[in-house]
Ligand binder design. Structure first.
Ligand SMILES: Cc1cc2nc3c(=O)[nH]c(=O)nc-3n(C[C@H](O)[C@H](O)[C@H](O)COP(=O)(O)OP(=O)(O)OC[C@H]3O[C@@H](n4cnc5c(N)ncnc54)[C@H](O)[C@@H]3O)c2cc1C
Length: 251
């Protein structure tokens, strides 16, 4: 083919942007249009990775570099399936790559999962990352919180709930999230894993971070107190058929 290829990438998260990067470096002359349903790019790096993990969020620098290249364009606020159909992109582009990620929690089929106070971790992490899809207010009225799952997301949720709100001020959390965390009444955060530590999916770094957190207490609290705890509990598969991460951070 004599002319440069026109390629559409749906989803401007890391997968979509690295796809653009790889295509631009491939030596095949091409131009790339990225479409995202949100006004801003970077997907779950912006709206999922915990705010107190600035080193990981720092990859947005590299992703931004790709978006700044000549031949790469970003169109925000364009939802595939709503504003753009497959026939539209097929008509306008030589190829289309769909990189829309995984935005929903895996279903957890246990009795009571739909009761008030039971939430999927996806919504909770979106709240503390200021994602536009979730309400701005989240009432953290529960004293005892169970986090089901033993991956990095579960530990992110447990750590954020166990931290002092002030410790999060060095991060980019929005004001409404800081207010919500300052009103957090949790005294005990329990992480439930269906198998043993050897099968845990979190990294040692995430686990160590739980140990380094400063203690949190229900406001007002004049001195750092003993009693705000995070425990990791390993249970049998029969008693906790956990799949994925589910948090219960409400009152
Ligand atoms: C709480 C949490 C913590 C994490 N912590 C870490 C970590 O510490 N280290 C690490 O390496 N990884 C971490 N991850 C994983 C990492 O964020 C993901 O692996 C990565 O973001 C996946 O990239 P992606 O591009 O496939 O999907 P996403 O990041 O989800 O990007 C998909 C993009 O597609 C867009 N989109 C969706 N539907 C449409 C549509 N219909 N039309 C147009 N656009 C659409 C979305 O708006 C989004 O921008 C974490 C994830 C979560 C949830």
């Amino acid at each position: 083919m004599g002319r440069e290829l026109r390629i559409a990438v749906i989803g401007a998260g890391p997968a979509g942007i690295y796809t653009a990067d790889t295509l631009m470096k491939s030596g095949t002359p091409c131009s790339i249009d990225l479409f995202d349903r949100l006004p801003a790019p970077f997907g779950l790096v912006r709206d999922g990775v915990a705010p107190d993990h600035p080193r990981i969020k720092g990859i947005v620098g590299a992703l931004h570099g790709v978006l700044s290249r000549p031949g790469v364009r970003l169109f925000g606020n364009v939802a595939y399936g709503r504003d753009l159909s497959l026939s539209d992109v097929r008509m306008l582009y030589d190829a289309v790559v769909v990189a829309t990620g995984c935005e929903r929690d895996r279903d957890l089929d246990i009795p009571g999962i739909d009761l008030p106070g039971s939430h999927g971790a996806a919504d909770f992490v979106k709240w503390f990352d200021g994602h536009p899809d979730v309400p701005r207010d989240w009432s953290l009225g529960a004293r005892h919180v169970g986090v089901i799952g033993a991956g990095n997301v579960a530990l992110d949720v447990a750590r954020v709930l166990a931290k002092q709100a002030e410790d999060m001020l060095v991060t980019e959390i929005p004001d409404n999230v800081h207010r919500g965390l300052a009103a957090n009444r949790a005294t005990d955060v329990h992480v439930f894993a269906r198998r043993g530590l050897a099968q845990a999916r979190f990294t040692p770094t995430e686990l160590r971070e739980l140990d380094r957190r400063s203690t949190r207490c229900p406001a007002p609290c004049p001195t750092p107190r003993a009693g705000s705890s995070t425990s990791t509990t390993s249970t049998s598969p029969a008693s906790t058929p956990a799949a994925g991460s589910s948090a219960d951070p409400s009152g």
